[in-house]
Design a protein around this ligand. Structure first.
Ligand code: PMP
Ligand code: GLU
Length: 398
């Protein structure tokens, strides 16, 4: 007999991680799977960062670290926020967590009460929804259209806000669409937030360095809402450090203190060695970070060029991150040659896995039922082969 809590029952399994696992299992059985499901750079962590971790092991970083992170790491993050984002966060406004994901749940648990509404913008990153549910909050989804570059209008935001709205989760560059809001577009959103006292914004900026034109703008740089923004970031994507599990955020002091309290009960702080590696990462040099960004740009061009013109596939060229989210609604309702009906985007993702041996993620988990998400953080050769197989498999649907 199982006695699972309602809390856990109400959660779904992370679809990004689930599809990645499915792909791995089939690969282990000998299938020639190309995995475009997980949002993870295929590069190895740069040498200077690994060296710092080795030094930390030999330097006896063995004891419990301070709960919100080592002081010198928080100082370096404070400097990074100032130099790269124009944001003033003192060290005690900064908390280091076990990944950006952990930073997000810390903040959500700190400010969302059961019944509070949290606005998310579809297509949204999968974990936002479940983290809100975990806190007892109510996700309120604003839908966007491919024709509008998957961006909301200020009017849509205004309409969605009620007296129960506590939080807006904003993510640019976006996972899963790769879209990037301009400073002007963000200012319009910030002006609406300003009008609603008690409304906070999590600005998830984890892809800030993977941006292909223009400059990243931080939501907290609009000083009229600075004290209502929590700026979440981390080293996973920019420095190819997904496995090291280091995220961080800058926030109003009372939120940072609350998260410190939470971490004190949950984790006692973050792995000491990974923190030393993260310190090296954000101090640079940044040649590796730039090189990886350039590679993602080249691959973006490649995958978009290869998919462009495919019958039934509509695409918007992403401006950042390493995802592309084609609309494949044309194929929903069609059947494969063995008679299997493709009734939704998850069916389509499973069909592509079985027929094309390419792992992608169905759009349903992102609140985008007409789309699939392709992560193009892999080699040019694999992308070329994957695009060929996807096109061939789609053409078989009748
Ligand atoms: N936010 C977004 C939008 C992401 O895509 C990810 C990727 N996993 C995260 C946060 C969290 O990243 P991590 O926990 O690896 O730092
Ligand atoms: N953010 C990545 C993705 O969306 C990693 C997986 C995860 O953390 O859920 O695929």
């Amino acid at each position: 007999m199982e006695y699972l809590s309602d809390r856990v029952r109400s959660l779904s399994v992370s679809q990004t991680l689930a599809m990645a696992q499915k792909g791995r299992e089939l690969k282990a059985q000998g299938f020639d799977i190309i995995s475009l499901s997980l949002g993870e750079p295929d590069f190895e962590t740069p040498d200077y960062i690994r060296e710092a971790a080795k030094k930390a092991i030999d330097g006896n970083y063995n004891k419990y670290p301070p709960v919100p992170g080592y002081n010198d790491l928080r100082e370096a993050i404070s400097k990074k926020f100032l130099l790269e984002n124009g944001l003033n966060y003192s060290c005690d406004q900064i908390v280091v967590s076990a990944g950006g994901k952990h930073s997000l749940i810390n903040v959500i648990l700190s400010i969302v009460n059961p019944g509070d509404e949290v606005i998310i913008l579809a297509p949204y990153w999968v974990s936002y929804w479940d983290q809100i549910i975990l806190a007892g909050g109510k996700p309120v989804v604003i839908k966007t259209l491919l024709e509008n570059d998957f961006k909301i209008s200020p009017g849509q935001l205004e309409e969605a806000i009620t007296d129960k709205t506590r939080l807006l989760i904003f993510n640019s560059p976006s996972n899963p669409t790769g879209m990037v809001y301009s400073g002007e577009e963000m200012e319009k959103i910030a002006r609406i937030v300003e009008k609603h006292e008690g409304l906070f914004v999590i600005s998830d900026e984890i892809y800030e360095h993977i941006i292909f034109s223009g400059k990243h703008v931080s939501m907290a740089s609009f000083d009229f809402i600075y004290d209502r923004v929590i700026t979440v970031n981390g080293v996973s994507k920019s420095y190819a450090m997904t496995g090291w599990r280091i995220g961080f955020f800058g926030a109003p002091l009372w939120i940072a203190k609350a998260c410190n309290k939470l971490q004190g009960q949950f984790t006692s702080g973050v792995c000491s060695i990974a923190q030393r590696a993260a310190l090296a990462a954000i101090q640079g040099p940044f040649d590796d970070r730039d090189r990886m960004r350039d590679a993602f740009l080249r691959r973006r061009d490649l995958i978009c060029r290869l998919l462009d013109g495919t019958e039934g596939l509509r695409i918007r060229v992403p401006q950042g991150a390493f995802y592309v989210m084609p609309d494949l609604s044309y194929f929903l309702g069609k059947s494969s040659d063995d008679g299997t009906l493709i009734s939704n985007s998850d069916d389509l993702a499973l069909y592509l896995l079985a027929r094309a041996q390419v792992a992608v993620v169905g759009g349903d988990a992102f609140g985008a039922p007409d789309c699939i998400r392709i992560s193009y953080a892999t080699s040019d050769d694999l992308l070329t082969e994957a695009a060929r197989r996807i096109k061939e498999a789609l053409a078989l649907l009748k």
